[in-house]
Design a protein around this ligand. Sequence first.
Ligand code: OGA
Ligand code: MN
Length: 292
Amino acid sequence: MMLNVKKLHPLFVGEASGVDLGRPIDASTRDAINNAMDEYAVLVFRNQPLSQTQQVELAKAFGPLDIGLKRLKKQPDRMEHAELADISNVGEKGEAVGRDHRKLVSNIANQLWHSDSSFQKPPARYSMLAAVQVPTKGGDTEYVDLRAAYDALPDDTKAEIEGLEAEHYALHSRFMLGDTDYTEEQKNALPPVYWPLVRTHPGSKRKILFVGIHARAIKGWTSAEGRMLLMDLLEHATQPKFVYAHKWQPDDLVIWDNRCTLHRGRRFDVSQVRELRRATTLDVEEADLAPA
Ligand code: OGA
Ligand code: MN
């Protein structure tokens, strides 16, 4: 098998072809995809109809899987596998859920710029999002490259933020949207974690500006000053010139590297069905894994 990649944006993102993702991934295909991911950070595969089981198997070839916020058990689950996130506005009977359904809140939180599961340790490495059904307009997913964002910072800002740590908290994005209906147990289930604002992306050895909506504070700073810096940096990182917008077709599979990108969904008419499914690998090295 031969992985071909065509660049889709001046800074990152490739359209990949030549691989059938529904078949078991051998080591050379996995290595080719990992290498392309290190370079492009986002890979778009078209026409890859995957069953839920095939999608989980594909993701498992790249590492152990994340279950993210599912551990809070906020809502019943339609997926056949615990490792799949139901990125949809679809109810039990396949219908678009009503506007006041709580499922829409999670969906709408995805419309804020973020890196998946940056609120936990280990966080997410690869997210693999498959499109089942898409609305007639809207509902794109947008991406930015945090390496390009770092490179474009003025030198004095680079110096100012070197060594700073941001606090990432799972429910910050939810609280921001007015979704505060969580028990103390749920609020404490995912305690905040800290990541340096400036990190090195292991795959490309390039520096990244690690921001996003889960970051709510700068360690040692007042809430106000920290949050303002985070907002400024996020605004910088998400300038239109850095953004790639993916227009979904059914059977697309997009893989992104959460270590060096941010993404967000865009608004769409929620009376229409938008149905995607995500499998996500954890950012752990083989050596860190407990023996089986
Ligand atoms: C996700 C996500 C955005 C979208 O699946 O992690 O943020 O466009 N999705 O649905
Ligand atoms: Mn996401």
